[in-house]
Design a binder for this molecule. Structure first.
Ligand code: NAD
Length: 343
């Protein structure tokens, strides 16, 4: 198959080339997929996309017109793709649903511990040769009540890790996960109860109409005073303006985010020579109680390996006339179980 991989990063190039093993003709480019760069897809059967690529209706329409038949996104989230439009156009979509949930959960726990133990301020003090302790008093995770919203792949790994730390775990999910909760000594509760009871809340849900802005002014009012919030899922799960307001008045004591509501066009690229203008993002970066990372929770050697293998497997299956089980086209949910997932 002929494919173009948009937004490809140097760190994934060798892995994709190795996984491909010369089976498919893949052009790797670093540009994001937009209307300005769509011409690179001319003559290709497949577009290999990433979560920063634009796969809205006009782009999908143009891709179809250009003869593209398949889109495989090298991410688990598919909120950057208009799946309904893809379905109506007959474009087949697949993702990489199950790459290393440990990578995402371990990033969440890194944010939690760094914030609890003031690791970043301590490092800044070290750079100034300031070895005093007064501003660095932390607190332990043991006996803290941690709310996990979304007990899917990454939420489960986080629950397992938190159990080892001796935290009390509350879980909210739209599915009945009460039985699964018992393996983590956790309890399934309502979203309101998570807000009311938790010292720390970590979000592990996909972006959808039901999760967009699930943290807004109204939700924050229900939270405990001085709550810590962690978001490694998707930026728009938080209403950033409301979260920043709550940080100012210390209702939210600390905030750890790997994703940002308006990250498109900014995250994944080096802006050091062209500083960002977005006032909300600037306020987050400069805030002493915020720890922001550039959408890197997935970024481990282990995850990149699975992403590369699964992406090539999607192409192999499509070429052989099969539907990958991780097909995201609305209405098609069956197919061949890819090896990388069943393993
Ligand atoms: P998953 O699909 O395995 O689990 C999601 C869980 O959320 C499911 O249990 C689902 O029932 C639950 N859920 C859905 N809507 C809900 C709602 N309104 N309220 C409560 N629960 C709800 O997903 P995952 O692999 O754990 O990943 C979660 C999200 O994290 C992904 O969709 C993706 O957007 C994001 N992600 C981010 C990174 C990163 O690098 N920062 C990496 C991977 C995934």
């Amino acid at each position: 198959m002929k494919a173009v991989a948009y937004s490809s990063k140097i760190c994934e190039k060798e892995l994709l080339i190795k996984a491909n093993n010369k089976k498919h003709d893949i052009t790797l480019i670093s540009n994001r997929l937009t209307l300005d760069t769509i011409s690179y897809a001319k003559g290709k059967d497949v577009v290999l996309a990433f979560s920063c690529d634009d796969l809205s209706a006009p782009i999908l329409y143009k891709l179809k017109e250009m003869g593209v038949k398949y889109v495989s996104t090298r991410s688990s989230g598919t909120d950057h793709i208009d799946l309904t439009k893809a379905d109506s156009l007959g474009l087949k979509i697949a993702n990489v649903p199950a790459y290393s949930p440990e990578s995402v959960a371990e990033h969440a726990i890194s944010l939690i511990l760094s914030l609890l133990r003031n690791i970043i301020p301590a490092h800044k003090q070290m750079l100034e040769h300031d070895f005093s302790l007064n501003n660095l008093v932390g607190s332990t995770l043991r006996n803290k009540t941690v709310g996990i919203v979304g007990l899917g792949r990454s939420g489960k790994v986080l629950a397992q890790i938190l159990r080892g730390f001796g935290a009390k775990i509350l879980v909210n999910d739209i599915r009945d996960v009460s039985e699964e909760c018992t393996s983590y000594s956790a309890r399934q509760v309502s979203y309101d109860e998570i807000l009311k009871e938790s010292d720390i809340i970590s979000f592990h849900v996909p972006l959808s109409e039901s999760t967009r802005h699930m943290v807004d002014r109204e939700a924050i009012i229900k939270m405990k005073a001085r709550v810590m919030l962690i978001n490694v899922s998707r930026g728009a799960i938080f209403n950033t303006k409301d979260v920043l307001d709550a940080l100012q008045d210390e209702k939210i004591s600390k905030l750890g985010m790997d994703v940002y509501e308006f990250e498109h066009n900014v995250f994944f690229f080096n802006h050091s020579r062209n500083p960002i203008q977005d006032p909300l993002l600037k306020a987050l970066i400069q805030h002493s109680r915020v720890l922001l990372t550039p959408h890197m929770a997935f970024l481990t050697e282990e995850a990149l390996q699975v992403i590369a293998e699964q992406t090539i497997l999607n192409l192999d299956l499509w070429e052989a006339g099969h539907t990958p089980v991780n097909s995201c086209t609305i209405g098609i949910k069956t197919g061949i179980v890819p090896k990388a997932i069943s393993a």
